[in-house]
Design a protein around this ligand. Structure first.
Ligand code: BDR
Ligand code: CA
Length: 314
């Protein structure tokens, strides 16, 4: 039986890579793409998600519009310098023709989880604002969701926005704290893994060879992304952070994880830091009690790399 998933997303180049992977894999049943601000403004996230559905021939997959700004504080300034003005590496793709589902992203999540209690995995790969809002709409959500596997945070690796914070968590630390404080099975796939796994032009060419439409699109949009990631270094390469969540759902045995209490800093200096205390190592409150998240620390890189190429070529 395939895994029912909802991808909460801000496409975004690595988001596109992840969404196509989910569409291609027979092991996933994508119930919907719920969009959020993050890499780009939320209306652009939504348009881009519709474009991805159209390219993949998945126009029956609902796409919803979600939160446009963080839970608290100033609006986001987005990451156009990483993902391009259009979120797709400035390729000037025509606007999507499809229509959005009328529900908000948070309402859609609540509806789906209640329709399939115990079956839905949430896969947030953007700021956690929609997920926090869904928790507020339905506080019983944690007992009905199968699991949450999110891309965000870092336990030991340096941050990618400030010295200690990863972008998705930094974008909305208040929402992230709400999500980490909920009593649900949660796995954090953070920079400890996603910053280590590097992808080069040979990898992108292999994706395109396996799937000229979807792999070809990822190859095209990733050129801008590679320029960003390769600044000041000899080799041209990039990171595909978001898709590693899906590899984890399919093959948790490839990952080394540690159970940790995770709390998120909302202080300006350390905004978005995910402070991770291994279970049993807490000396004082709040570190001596849960909830605990599975924090991914290592992965079998070759297996993940091969999985992407195989699934794109299906
Ligand atoms: C995360 O931030 C975004 O730029 C990417 O899409 C990914 O979700 C990596 O820090
Ligand atoms: Ca993302």
């Amino acid at each position: 039986m395939s895994e029912k998933i909802i991808i909460d997303t801000d496409p975004g180049i690595d988001d596109a890579m992840a969404i196509f992977f989910a569409f291609q894999s027979p092991k996933f049943d994508v119930l919907g793409l719920t969009t959020v601000f993050g890499n780009v403004p939320v209306d652009m996230s939504a348009n881009n998600a519709l474009i991805l559905c159209e390219l993949a021939g998945k126009t029956d997959v609902p796409v919803t519009l979600g939160m446009s700004r963080p839970w608290f504080g100033r609006p986001s300034t987005y990451a156009h310098f990483v993902h391009g003005n259009d979120g797709f590496g400035d390729i000037n793709h025509p606007p999507a023709k499809g229509k959005l589902d009328p529900r908000s992203s948070a309402q859609f999540i609540v509806d789906m989880v209640n329709q399939y209690p115990g079956e839905v995995s949430l896969v947030p790969i953007g700021p956690l604002t929609n997920i926090a809002a869904a928790l507020r709409l339905d506080p019983t959500l944690p007992s009905k969701v199968k699991q949450v596997v999110l891309m965000g945070g870092t336990a030991r690796a340096p941050g990618n926005v400030n010295p200690v914070a990863e972008a998705n968590i930094w974008n909305d630390p208040y929402a992230a704290q709400i999500v980490f404080a909920a009593e649900w099975p949660l796995t954090m796939i953070g920079l400890d893994i996603t910053d280590t796994l590097r992808f080069n032009q040979d990898f992108l060419d292999a994706l395109e060879q396996g799937n000229s439409v979807l792999g070809g699109f990822v190859n095209k949009i990733s050129q801008f992304y590679m320029d960003f990631y390769s600044q000041g270094q000899a080799q041209r390469e990039c990171r595909f952070h978001d898709v590693i969540t899906l590899a984890y759902i399919l093959h948790p045995e490839w990952f080394e994880v540690e159970q940790c209490k995770v709390m998120v800093s909302t202080d300006e200096l350390t905004r978005g830091q995910t402070v991770c205390c291994p279970k049993g190592k807490g000396i004082s409150e709040p570190w001596t009690s849960g909830p605990y998240a599975n924090v991914a620390l290592k992965v079998d890189e070759d297996k993940v790399n091969q999985l992407y190429k195989t699934v794109y070529a299906l």
